[in-house]
Ligand binder design. Sequence first.
Ligand SMILES: [Zn+2]
Length: 314
Amino acid sequence: MHFNFNKHLFSIICLLITNISFAQSIDSKDLLKHLEFLSSDALAGRKPLTAGSMEARSYILNELTSLENVQALYPDFIQRFSFTGRNKAQYEDAANLVAFIPGSSSRKVIVVTAHYDHVGVGKPNAAGDSIYNGADDNASGTAALLELAEYFSKNRPLHSMMFVALDAEELGLRGAKALVDDFPYPLDQILLNVNMDMIGRSDKNELYASGTHFYPYLKPILEKAAAGSDPTLRFGHDTPGTGREDWTNQSDQGAFFAKKVPHLYFGVEDHVDYHKPSDEFKNIQPKFYSNAANLILKCILALDAELTDQNSGQ
Ligand SMILES: [Zn+2]
């Protein structure tokens, strides 16, 4: 009896390990490694055009261009753009980093985005820390973008996919606006924008998928993909007229929304370290983060499989 029980237990554990390694397709070690580097003090908060931003660019480009089956849609995978910021500050040569993976059965494109910039160095906190590391905002989304690109470079999607690390979100969604203004295809070829911004921690173990208010046909697909998920997938924060509670225009998906391109935004509710020097690697919750990234992968896989080219935001 005792022996059999152990044997049973052994096979159950084997089964669990096998299932986990198949189901959890994003490598949590790599995911955390990317996040730790991008949010390190050395990158000084990744403000556009600073030395830290250039380091982030090199790291992201190195990861994206080392993947198999990715194509460049802009010279050297870089969409360069300029803009005028607050107080007429001129920003030349800001850069979105773009990798393209052709789909096997549709020319429609799922555009996966995450902004890699943050606010840089600023007012010190009580502890004297002046580096706004932006670990959750948005090294977390950027690192997930890299791992999703790697996944789909090895597992060809049905729809084409574009993976874009966007610059200058914190200065007014500038990178996303530049992307939709100078998109390599007609905008109606975009099936969906999937944006990630702040997916690294949640005390309530909740990840939001925002945007289904406008695109209700996405909801049943997501509900099925996320049934019984850890973390819990919640919907909302997309009701017009609810002020700060409506996230539609608060991150890069807003630039797609303005052009009537369907979007989904994945993120968490604001936390105590939001836009503070304490938004650091040590305050990321590795288990939540890795599970959230894998849940987003599951959702994208379901959307890729179930959305037809006839779907639109109308
Ligand atoms: Zn952000």
